[in-house]
Design a protein around this ligand. Structure first.
Ligand code: NAP
Length: 212
């Protein structure tokens, strides 16, 4: 199995890369700083930015599956996903690669809070999604729009707050809304779910909420 990965150097990306390596997959990672990437011996590194179509095409060449755990460095307006996802989608279409599994976020879709109590819905919507996380949420909405407008076999995992704690090996999945009282999940569990999707067609062309 050949995997192309974007965001491999990030907190979730490193977990995904390690899991791919442990599974015996051949991994190509697009890295801005391959020399400092701790798992560099486990990957074929392409040096560059995800905004560069040539570097993205080189990363995707020959891949069976694309993984992405891209994100901005700050909570400010950086437009990483707004710019990167269309480049990745175009490269996949050009290279005939169909399957992509991405890290999204719960704010990516307007139905996220439909199963929360009214007080919680108000707080998260007004104080979190529309203010504190305004720009990351806008980026995730753009990622969802670009994937769902494509003809690719995409899956988007949409967690609420991510933690660096140990995975529990179990989680709740809901394609309609965040499960009731869902507030967090570890990056390890999200990475495990994303890895499982490599051989699971169930959530193709779907964005699914995932939470403890
Ligand atoms: N934090 C949360 O609680 C939370 C909750 C739900 C969803 N999310 C979503 O999770 C994602 C972040 O996950 P994370 O915290 O695991 O990641 P992270 O540690 O922030 O890593 C982001 C990755 O994106 C890469 N990247 C950014 N711009 C790039 C560019 N131009 N070219 C190549 N690579 C680039 C970074 O590479 P460099 O190492 O080169 O910078 C890094 O590998 C975001 O999309 C966010 O919306 C976060």
């Amino acid at each position: 199995m050949k995997i192309a990965i974007f965001g491999a150097s990030g907190a979730t990306g490193r977990l995904l890369t390690k899991r791919c390596f442990d599974a015996g997959y051949e991994v190509t990672a697009l890295l801005r700083h391959p020399e400092t990437f701790p798992l560099r011996i486990a990957v074929h590194a392409v040096n560059g930015s995800v905004f560069d179509p040539a570097a993205v095409a080189q990363t995707i060449e020959g891949a069976d599956v694309v993984l992405s755990a891209l994100g901005a460095k700050s909570l400010k307006k950086e437009d990483v996903l707004e710019r990167a996802v269309p480049v990745i989608v175009a490269a996949m279409q050009q290279k005939g690669v169909r399957r992509i599994i991405v890290l999204g976020s719960a704010g990516a879709k307007p139905d996220a809070l439909d199963k929360q109590p009214a007080w919680r819905r108000w707080i998260v919507e007004h104080l979190v999604y529309n203010t504190f996380l305004k720009w990351p949420v806008a980026s995730q909405r753009a990622q969802y729009a670009a994937l769902s407008a494509s003809d690719l076999d995409w899956t988007m995992a949409m967690p609420p707050m991510l933690t660096n704690s140990r995975g529990r090996g179990k989680w709740r999945i809901d394609p309609d809304a965040l499960p009731p009282n869902a507030s967090r999940i570890s990056r390890e569990d999200v990475a495990d779910f994303m890895m499982q999707q490599i051989n699971n067609p169930q959530w193709i062309k779907k964005a699914v909420y995932i939470a403890w």
